[in-house]
Ligand binder design. Structure first.
Ligand code: ARG
Length: 577
């Protein structure tokens, strides 16, 4: 139940103020003693022609009657303070979460509308580094969030598989390529010959000429060049897909830049027909002065197309194919201007869908006290980061298991370390607002007591183990609402109010394209659950059956919420660790 809107609805009836306005005015008081929600009555002073204090005292009486047992209402100065009735709150929240299970947080507000999430989009023949992982993790999470809210999500990987560099690669491969090496480690071999091309081209002009010719042949669809390009693309995708499956990411569509190249002439015609194309220094551009943006180049002076024209063709293709209600691009902040220009051109050409296109930017990736054997120049590869995280996690898990006397097989430890290690990397990307630069540090990532994936996964595993232990003692989480209604202590109430805010957090995360809203929410749930766990016994001596079973229901609700939340972030859970 959304308690805030219950208050708004009732207040609206007795005050004549529109519900939405009341929603905006309702506050969460800074101190617990002031209630769970507060409504400042200043906004009513004018229409009711009374001092806010008076209004508060008059409304408190009326409101108490309408709230019908869900709230106690008190007036304090110009404020109306609402105190949730803890019994009915516990009953309502815990019972509905446990009925939904891991689906908790889902809704049908999306109504099956088509939402495109474009993410990852690496350049083929290049190493997959930690920056690509940022878009991949964010986009995967946003896809899951929109899916959970009932949208029909189309996951697109707009591969960078087009451009003059492929002419260079074809030339280089013919001169120095090694097929066996390409099959063995495609990206490494392609990078090797690409670097060699640039070294050699410094002293040999004919190389650039040959590269241009090969690119032209590729564009014209010449068979041999297309076959080589296809091979580079396929082999790169094998490597990328291995990484994707390791971190649990899937796509519906891999139409890269190349896919749109033959759709550009139609875009150029359309812009020309609408009189939007102008010549500037030999190039064809669309002016965007009204939007205070630099002109968007559509065709270069030599008639070749550029990145922006391929993106324009892509939007129109997507509109035609999916009639999207939203088209989201998860791409780094440095490309902000590019997307503003693309959307600006669309708007100028009269496409209303321009307003449904969103660029979701993100910051840079940094490292604190971490050394990697940077295999490929100065960049850190995602694979190396994952391997190292898994290795370090395994050490911690082995140590913990030894200390607790847990018997775990080598296989089980490996499986847990893989999931927790990967989780720790994913979590770092979604732990803070996406526009901030993120800093990887082993201390933070693997801090089993801090805001980290291991902490959340451990808390989940703890709830599971409590429920398993209870079963052995013949106890189970209750679904009896009157029993659940006994969960009213401060510790219990704190957990329940965090659990209750999860649904809103999922919606908010979608609204502002910030998985971080969810990570913060479930971290708070986990923290409050752990203090509850330290302060209140769930099982064992001195706890009667009813209390045990009520607390087990709370435990189960935490378990459901954490699993649902972690899943939305792209993180798997483990049953014990
Ligand atoms: N391949 C590009 C890069 O690595 C990102 C593509 C972003 N998507 C787009 N529709 N332009 O920088």
């Amino acid at each position: 139940m959304d308690y805030k809107s219950v208050i708004a609805k009732n207040l609206s009836v007795i005050s004549n103020l529109p519900e939405e306005q009341i929603m905006k005015l309702i506050e969460i008081p800074p101190q617990k003693g002031m209630g769970d929600y507060a409504f400042p009555c200043f906004a009513l002073a004018k229409s009711m022609r009374k001092a806010p204090q008076m209004i508060a005292s008059d409304l408190a009486l009326e409101a108490s009657l309408t709230e019908n047992g869900v709230f106690e209402v008190k007036n304090v100065g110009p404020y109306l303070n609402f105190f949730i009735d803890r019994s009915s709150y516990a009953k309502d929240i815990i019972a509905s979460i446990n009925e939904m299970g891991f689906c908790y947080g889902s809704s049908d507000i999306g109504n099956g509308q088509n939402t495109i999430v474009e993410f990852s989009s690496p350049n083929i023949a290049k190493p997959f580094h930690v920056g690509h992982a940022f878009t991949t993790v964010l986009g995967n999470s946003l896809s899951r969030i929109y899916d959970k809210l009932g949208y029909n999500v189309i996951r697109m990987n707009h591969l960078g598989d087009y451009g003059t560099q492929f002419g260079k690669l074809i030339t280089a491969y013919r001169l120095w390529g090694d097929e066996a090496a390409l099959n063995e480690d495609p990206i490494k071999e392609l990078l090797r010959i690409y670097v060699k091309f640039h070294d050699e081209a410094k002293n040999d002009e004919s190389l650039e000429v040959s590269a241009r010719e090969n690119f032209k042949k590729l564009e014209d669809g010449c068979e041999e060049e297309v076959l080589l390009w296809q091979k580079f693309r396929d082999e790169s995708l094998v490597v990328f897909n291995k990484l994707y499956s390791r971190i649990g990411v899937e796509f519906d569509n891999y139409n890269g830049e190349s896919f749109y190249s033959d759709k550009i002439p139609a875009v150029v015609d359309m812009l020309r027909e609408k009189n939007l194309l102008e010549e500037s220094e030999g190039a064809q551009v669309v002016r965007l002065d009204d939007e205070k943006l630099p002109p968007c180049i559509i065709l270069k002076s030599d008639g070749t197309t550029i990145y922006a024209s391929r993106d324009l063709a892509a939007v129109l293709y997507r509109l035609n194919e999916y009639n999207f209600n939203k088209n989201i691009y998860v791409v780094g902040i440095p490309q902000e201007l590019h997307f503003k220009q693309v959307f600006g051109v669309l708007r100028k050409a009269g496409y209303k869908c321009a307003d449904d296109c969103v660029h979701v930017g993100f910051g840079l990736v940094k490292f604190k006290n971490m050394k990697f054997s940077t295999r490929e120049g100065n960049i850190v590869l995602l694979e190396d980061l994952l391997d190292e995280a898994v290795k370090k996690t395994r050490e911690v898990i082995e140590e913990n298991a030894k200390q607790r006397g847990q018997d775990m097989s080598e296989k089980e430890i490996n499986e847990i370390a893989e999931k927790v290690g990967i989780g720790s990397v994913i979590y770092t990307y979604v732990k803070s607002g996406r526009e901030k630069d993120i800093v990887f540090s082993w201390e933070d990532m693997l801090n089993f007591n801090g805001n980290s994936a291991p902490y959340l996964m451990y808390t989940y595993a703890r709830t599971r183990s409590i429920i398993r232990k209870a079963e052995e003692a013949g106890l189970k989480p209750t679904s009896d609402k009157d029993v659940i209604a006994t969960l009213t202590s401060d510790d219990e109430y704190e957990v329940i109010s965090n659990l209750a805010s999860f649904e809103g957090a999922v919606k908010k995360a979608a609204e502002i394209y910030e998985p971080f809203v969810i990570s913060r929410n479930i971290f708070e749930t986990a923290s409050s659950f752990n203090s509850f766990y330290n302060n209140c016994r769930i099982l064992g001596e001195g706890v009667d059956k009813t209390t045990s079973e009520a607390r087990l229901a709370l435990c189960e609700a935490v378990c459901n919420t954490l699993k649902s939340g972690l899943n939305l972030l792209g993180i798997e859970t483990v049953e014990r660790m």
